[in-house]
Design a protein around this ligand. Structure first.
Ligand SMILES: Nc1ncnc2c1ncn2[C@@H]1O[C@H](COP(=O)(O)OP(=O)(O)O)[C@@H](O)[C@H]1O
Ligand SMILES: [Mg+2]
Length: 295
């Protein structure tokens, strides 16, 4: 894993995320996300089963769970990519299920999404990809860097610096490494000026060392911008280093929802216990946990 960065937003030596300024949450008491009784069926598969969850403004929530437990399905409901079978989804005070057309586009401008597979345009430069994040703030399409106002170009360059690839600004992104491509995607998301960032296993395609570095970049920049973050992660150690709160899904059900500080290994590992059809514990998640990752 990467070394903790030497700045104020890094996890402290006890491995906890730094205390956050509570001003935002006390100013705005409406939760950033409110999910009540969410159920999603895909044919006969129940992907989410009666999930209820509130996320406060400025909170950093990490969603853990085995592959197939419903993490992506939950995140995709929050920007209207999926419609619930039952239940309600409110984001930034708006009923996501009721939104259509322009309103849905407006919501998606406020809700940035970072994907596992980066979703950047390989034939464009890093700069062009980042600038495209500002399209929702402009009228009409733009082709090429020079078509964007100078102020936005400056902003994009600054963001590329902040994610650590300022020197790659004018390089085609299909010539960048995976970690650099995800850094570029993070910069593009922030360029959008979202209020919430959803990240769906953002480092699952990267090797472990790079994963730690890219997570650090994502979490640091979101913390600096005061954004509400929901991030699904496979790596428990990474989750505990950054999360204010840990949410666990198992077979579509919410089985854990607690502050990250003080969680026991047992509570975390229980999320990964799979139930067999007889209801007995059949298999446990076996990815090794680094010593001391859980307090
Ligand atoms: N578009 C879809 N069509 C059919 N089944 C789906 C679809 N998306 C997800 N599922 C199913 O829903 C369950 C939860 O999937 P997912 O949310 O992708 O889990 P995770 O992200 O935790 O790996 C799985 O059984 C998966 O196969
Ligand atoms: Mg997924």
């Amino acid at each position: 894993m990467s070394a903790a960065p030497d700045d104020a937003s890094a996890p402290t030596s006890n491995g906890q995320a730094p205390a956050r300024d509570d001003a935002t949450s006390s100013r705005d008491r409406t939760p950033a996300v409110r999910v009540v009784g969410l159920r999603k069926e895909f044919g006969s598969t129940v992907a989410l089963d009666d999930v209820t969850l509130d996320v406060r403004t400025g909170e950093l929530t990490v969603i853990i769970g085995l592959s197939g437990s419903g993490k992506s399905t939950l995140l995709r409901h929050l920007n209207g990519l999926h419609r619930p079978t039952a239940g309600s989804v409110e984001v930034l005070g708006r009923d996501v299920v009721a939104l259509k057309g322009k309103e849905l586009r407006e919501l998606r401008r406020d809700v940035g999404f970072v994907f596992q597979q980066f979703n950047i345009v390989g034939r464009l430069t890093a700069m062009e990809n980042v600038l495209s994040g500002a399209l929702g703030r402009l009228r009409g399409p733009r082709f090429g860097v020079r078509a964007y106002p100078k102020q936005l170009r400056r902003e994009a360059l600054e963001l590329l610096d902040r994610v650590g690839i300022g020197d790659r600004a004018f390089q085609r992104t299909d010539t960048l490494s995976g970690g650099q491509q995800q850094r570029c995607a993070i910069a593009r998301t922030i360029m959008q000026r979202p209020r919430i960032v959803l990240a769906d296993e953002p480092v699952a395609s990267l090797d472990p060392e790079i994963s730690g570095q890219v997570m650090e970049v994502l979490m640091r920049i979101c913390t600096e911008e005061g954004l509400t973050v929901l991030c699904s992660l496979h790596q428990v150690d990474l989750a505990l280093g950054w999360a204010d709160r840990l949410v666990g899904l198992r077979d579509g059900q919410l089985v854990l929802d607690k502050p990250a500080a003080g969680l026991s290994t047992e509570e975390v590992m229980a999320v990964y216990q799979r139930l067999d059809p007889t209801g007995e514990k059949a298999a446990e998640y076996r990815e090794p946990m680094p010593a001391g990752a859980v307090r």
